[in-house]
Design a protein around this ligand. Structure first.
Ligand code: GDP
Ligand code: MN
Length: 397
């Protein structure tokens, strides 16, 4: 679960990490008022969305007057900001964070991630802050420092100082940098965060270490231990398609393509996405219907897939072990009838009760294409989708 920057900064502050002063605003008038409370001569208006790279999308603006603050706020509020992390639909800006501007001397990257192979928290740092970590690792791979934390003892002061020294920081800021690193780690482990990213962590003109940005994600499986963190959830930032599916107990992830997928098993679902791409199409979603899926559950899956208005064709791919192809087929027939499905539909089934399943499809009299293999199914759905003429429209728009 992700939280907003201002919420992350509030938590970091409690763990001894210095952050700029700021306040939340929901309107341009409030934004101006927040700035007046902070006093000073320059402020930063920051769109609060669950995404990084807001700066490049116009979501972070340095302002020097009330008018500039009001204009920036007016522009951001109600807008869907599209960054390379949000997907094409972007994320809605409905709150702003107004901060006192910081005088930046140096920008540092500081991240804490779970390394699943090592089963350890790894600190990733670079003196080339401000850029995204992907860019740093491409352009300045040698600048990246990695430090593994031993969970038995946690982050040690000497280890934090070592990271600070490796960043080439001036001796006078080492102590505060080490305190910041210790604080971030303690927050991560005390609150069961899965990721903490401060980019940039800055050295100010007056030699202070300040977290200028903050991104924190939490392990959903540990949220029951932190009711106060659960309350920070902002559903407006989640993919509405995913919220719809999750509320109905479906394992669904939204993607940007046009071909909806209903598959059983996460591995087969991933393979299906690959096959669609190899056949020249783009999948609209990942969906694992799970084992022992009833016709009703298949119907529910169709509803979740069609809840995405971009979907123009559907592929059902079932390899039935504990599933039953006849139940799946009944679900497909039910869905086509109940939802008046009017788009190409290809069904590939194999395994338990496959003959009965094929019979259900054949006897339904509905226009459902079938395929014997996954490759054939992917080819068929992509060519049927192309034959509808939709791809041309998509390209023209
Ligand atoms: P992001 O684009 O979503 O990662 O948002 P950030 O909070 O990291 O802001 C983007 C960039 O804006 C930072 O890397 C800074 O270079 C700049 N920035 C943010 N706050 C300030 C500030 O108070 N003063 C100055 N001079 N620049 C700032
Ligand atoms: Mn940032």
């Amino acid at each position: 679960m992700d939280i907003h920057e201002y919420q992350a900064k509030d938590l970091l502050k409690r763990f001894g990490v210095a952050v700029p002063r700021g306040g939340i605003a929901y309107s341009p008038e409030q934004a101006v008022y927040r700035a007046s409370e902070l006093s000073g001569e320059a402020w930063v208006v920051k769109a609060q969305i669950h995404s990084g790279a807001r700066g490049k999308a116009g979501g972070v603006k340095l302002c020097r007057s009330e008018q500039e603050i009001a204009d920036a706020a007016q522009w951001m509020l109600g807008r869907r900001l599209v960054t390379h992390q949000t997907g094409l639909q972007g994320k809605l800006v409905n709150r702003l964070y107004i901060e006192e501007a910081t005088d930046i001397d140096q920008e540092i990257y500081l991240g804490f991630v779970m390394d699943r192979k090592l089963e350890r928290v790894v600190v990733v740092a670079s003196a080339q802050g401000g850029m995204e970590i992907e860019e740093i690792s491409e352009e300045q791979p040698d600048s990246i420092i990695r430090s593994v934390v031993d969970p038995a003892v946690g982050m040690q002061a000497f280890q934090a100082r070592e990271i600070a020294f490796s960043l080439g920081l001036e001796p006078k800021v080492i102590a505060q940098a080490a305190k910041t690193i210790m604080g971030c780690y303690k927050m991560m482990s005390d609150l069961d965060a899965s990721m903490v990213e401060i980019n940039p962590l800055v050295v100010t003109g007056s030699g202070e270490i300040v977290a200028l940005d903050a991104k924190v994600s939490f392990d959903p499986n540990a949220l029951f231990r932190h009711p106060d963190i659960s309350e920070l959830r902002d559903k407006s930032q989640e993919d509405t398609r995913e919220t719809y599916a999750a509320d109905r107990g479906l394992n669904y992830i939204g993607l940007d393509g046009k071909i909806g997928c209903i598959v059983n098993g996460a591995g087969l679902a991933m393979a299906t996405l690959d096959m669609i791409k190899m056949a020249g199409g783009e999948p609209a979603n990942f969906l694992d219907v799970g084992g022992g899926a009833s016709p009703e559950r298949v119907l529910k899956s169709f509803k979740a897939v069609l809840n995405d208005k971009n979907v123009e064709a559907i592929l059902v791919n079932i390899f039935a072990g504990i599933n039953r192809c006849d139940w799946i087929a009944e679900g497909v027939v039910l869905a086509v009838k109940e939802l008046n499905l009017d788009m190409p539909l290809v069904v590939r089934m194999s395994g338990t009760n496959v003959e009965e399943g094929r019979k259900v499809l054949a006897e339904s009299g509905l226009n459902i294409e079938t395929a014997a293999s996954l490759a054939e199914a992917a080819e068929k759905v992509v060519s049927a989708w192309k034959a509808t003429g939709q791809p041309k429209l998509a390209e023209a728009s």
